[in-house]
Design a protein around this ligand. Sequence first.
Ligand SMILES: Cc1cc2nc3c(=O)[nH]c(=O)nc-3n(C[C@H](O)[C@H](O)[C@H](O)COP(=O)(O)O)c2cc1C
Length: 208
Amino acid sequence: MPDLFEMMENCRAMRRLKPDPVPDELIAKILQAGTCAPSGGNAQKWRFLVIKDRKIKEAAAAWYKKAYDEIIGPRYSTVAPPPGVSPEKFKRQHEAVSYLTDHFADAPVWIVACLDAGANHNAAAGASIYPAVQNMVLACRAVGLGTTLTNRHMFYQKEVDKALGLPEGVHSYAILPIGYPMGKFGPVKRAPLDAVVYQDRWGQAYRG
Ligand SMILES: Cc1cc2nc3c(=O)[nH]c(=O)nc-3n(C[C@H](O)[C@H](O)[C@H](O)COP(=O)(O)O)c2cc1C
């Protein structure tokens, strides 16, 4: 098994997934990794909904696609590639995003990361769920499963939460579509450290 740093460097968003079933033991291991994450005050208001039921996935996926058609698709066609990403790689990313959109419900398992945050449903609350989500992304990578953090459904969160049958006060913050990857894990493309790290004063080069 690669070490943690190697895994982080090779934990590309895996959007092309095989429909083959995923063993329950692996999903349990991934969920266990999620619950190792910190949360504010260790309150652990997270709840994880494991979805295999195709009908439920399809109902939520319809909103995910609507957000692509209305917002994300057009945006991809107009924005410049992000830092560290070539135009060709960005085009491939767009294709992969479009593929996942069309095959969202085909992923054999979804883990929906939710928070039972009641009235405190805001960005600060999100800080208590995304560490668990990233732990699960890395856990997937460690056991050879592909996934991607997705939260585009939040453009239609109310509708998706309803489609997922979430009770009052519980909201979905991320959907992890999980399956065996069709392609290979590969290196992530990011801007170099000197473009994003400063020392002591904003804009001053980091000398570490
Ligand atoms: C907050 C957040 C939301 C994201 N939402 C989506 C999404 O809805 N759909 C998707 O295909 N990828 C989504 N991603 C994945 C990013 O697009 C992806 O990590 C980024 O393009 C970098 O790709 P790489 O990790 O393969 O280098 C999301 C990532 C983050 C951190």
